[in-house]
Design a protein around this ligand. Structure first.
Ligand code: FES
Length: 163
């Protein structure tokens, strides 16, 4: 059950739209921002607010890599697997991160800090291979760079901007 305060905020968000459905993604992001992911319960509540069926909302959610339907870690590492990155060493990057964190794509590290996922092009093709962690983009990935980034995150260091 979504908290009343959040429901109120979502209702305000939806009321400004011509059609409630056009706010579906924003509503899911807002819920996710607070709860970390979109549980089945949250999907039902959100669908109700939007005047959609849970199935319709579910179908929409499956199109977005950034809507999580299961719990994720504090940091979601998305390694680009589109053409340019694939040619420039996507698999090497994925294998390196998998091995370092002891998880395979789709899994979350035991400490709950990292989730590893594949993602389509993130617009950093000129710096392939690339990944995005939460909202920060990293390109020209090497094992050394990956180590540096993951070490910083594990130490809870400042996390802003792209590189
Ligand atoms: S193909 Fe990987 S960022 Fe575009």
């Amino acid at each position: 059950m979504l908290p009343d305060e959040l429901k109120l905020k979502l209702r305000e968000m939806i009321s400004g739209a011509e059609s409630p459905r056009e706010k579906a993604i924003d509503v899911m992001f807002e819920i996710q921002e607070l709860q970390g992911w979109m549980s089945d319960e949250a999907m039902v509540d959100a669908a109700g607010l939007l005047g959609m069926s849970p199935l319709e909302l579910e179908e929409l959610a499956t199109f977005y890599d950034y809507i999580y339907r299961s719990p994720v870690g504090k940091y979601v590492i998305k390694v680009c697997d589109s053409t340019v990155c694939w040619l420039e060493g996507h698999q090497r990057v994925l294998d390196y991160i998998s091995s370092r964190l002891g998880i395979t794509p789709g899994e979350t590290s035991a400490d709950g800090l990292f989730t590893l996922l594949p993602v389509c092009c993130i617009g950093y093709c000129d710096r392939a291979p690339a990944m995005v962690i939460n909202k920060r983009v990293f390109g020209s990935l090497t094992p050394e760079k990956i180590d540096r980034v993951l070490d910083q995150l594990a130490q809870n260091a400042d996390f802003s901007g792209s590189e």
